[in-house]
Design a protein around this ligand. Structure first.
Ligand SMILES: *Cc1c(COP(=O)(O)O)cnc(C)c1O
Length: 367
């Protein structure tokens, strides 16, 4: 089954055999027509990557661009007196969950004949796209904020991508990318809908790893919403295919200092400022309304965590053996606001991306 692009506002449809990042009729955001999900018998069990769900991933498998991503461990944890499941997405090839979306998006772009591309990122998506573009033989130019962590900038350049550091915040970087998109294919992971076609496999994995049931709830740090939207799409496909009865409640967790999704959700506001959770520091999430709709449809919530709570959780996670980047600690920091049992927490990025912050925590705790 092939996907088609759809403009959800106009209802117009285009074949997905070409590379598009915006709707040809009104320049708005594109989605894909709904997938059909999959049955457990269709899983390619000999493949220890997310491509085991290839029956439900709508790009040609023959031309896939893969570094062995997905099928990450789901680990039962006794976290400060609560039984939780940690989904260890920090163990992906480039050290963040972004590889889940990138492998599918890059496979699609390669299939569509893209030879050079442009991406803008707070760091991890850029590092992921740089690596997969290198694997695909596609030239990549990656724009990041000057403030992006050094590890992420080095990772991008090391893969051979053209790294361009842009002055200003995350939104200034996006504006610069939109201007450059006149010359180079804009492979924005937040706009190109095949990225979500990849992140939806997170739902399939949780379903398989829980012996073919959906958890009661899933919490993930949320900036632009690739995890939350992917989970929603994947679980909806499973529900439509008769594989699960109810959707899990989806909790989209934000840093209080950068909480536009929360404001869209229920009007709550806090003074906005810098956050140590650099991976979710976007002030204008472009699919924000879709994220809020997904959270509402599942009975979920949008908790927020203070900077102090995020750094506290980061240190406690490290001292319990989970070495993560600060963005990854946001959902753990908000746990008191998420009382659900049978809760999966998505850990999204590796601590190796944020050595300076961990070093800083050690110095503070010594003094
Ligand atoms: C990108 C990122 C997120 C947030 O993902 P969104 O798709 O923007 O919601 C969370 N954690 C890490 C480590 C990331 O790199």
């Amino acid at each position: 089954m092939r996907a088609s692009y759809i403009n959800p506002r106009s209802g117009a449809i285009w074949p997905a055999d070409r590379a598009l990042w915006r709707a040809p009729d009104d320049d708005g955001l594109l989605g894909l027509t709904p997938g059909r999900g999959l049955a457990r018998e269709e899983i390619e069990r000999s493949d220890p990557s997310l491509w085991r769900y290839r029956a439900a991933i709508r790009v040609g498998y023959g031309g896939r661009v893969s570094l062995g991503e997905g099928f990450t461990p789901l680990v039962e944890t006794d976290w400060e007196g609560r039984r939780l499941l940690f989904k260890c997405e920090q163990l992906m090839p480039t050290g963040s969950f972004k590889d889940r979306g990138t492998t599918v998006m890059m496979s699609h772009l390669k299939e569509a004949g893209v030879e050079a591309l442009l991406e803008d990122s707070s760091g991890n998506a850029g590092a992921s796209i740089a690596a997969y573009a290198a694997a695909a033989g596609i030239r990549a130019r990656i724009m990041v904020p000057e403030s992006a962590p050094a590890a992420k900038r080095v990772q991008i350049a090391a893969a051979g991508a053209g790294l361009q550091e842009v002055a200003g915040d995350r939104d200034a970087v996006e504006r610069a990318a939109l201007a450059a998109a006149e010359e180079l294919f804009y492979a924005s992971h937040n706009r190109q809908p095949f990225f979500l076609e990849g992140t939806k496999t997170l739902a399939f994995e949780l379903w398989e790893q829980l012996d073919f049931r959906a958890p009661a709830a899933v919490a993930a740090p949320c900036g632009n919403g690739a995890n939350i939207l992917g989970l929603y799409m994947g679980f909806r496909e499973l529900q439509a295919a008769g594989q699960i009865e109810a959707l899990p409640r989806l909790h989209a967790v934000q840093a209080a200092n950068n909480s536009p999704i929360r404001t869209l959700f229920d009007g709550w506001t806090a003074p906005q400022g810098p956050t140590v959770a650099d991976g979710i520091a976007t002030a204008r999430p472009i699919r924000g309304q879709a994220v809020v709709d997904a959270v509402r449809a599942t009975g979920g919530s949008v908790p927020v965590a203070s900077e102090e709570a995020i750094l506290g959780a980061l240190g406690r996670l490290a001292r319990s053996g989970s070495f993560l980047e600060p963005t990854s600690a946001v959902a753990v920091a908000a746990l008191p606001q998420i009382p659900d049992e049978d809760l999966v927490l998505v850990l999204t990025g590796s601590g190796l991306k944020a050595l300076d912050i961990h070093a800083g925590l050690l110095t503070t705790s010594k003094s």
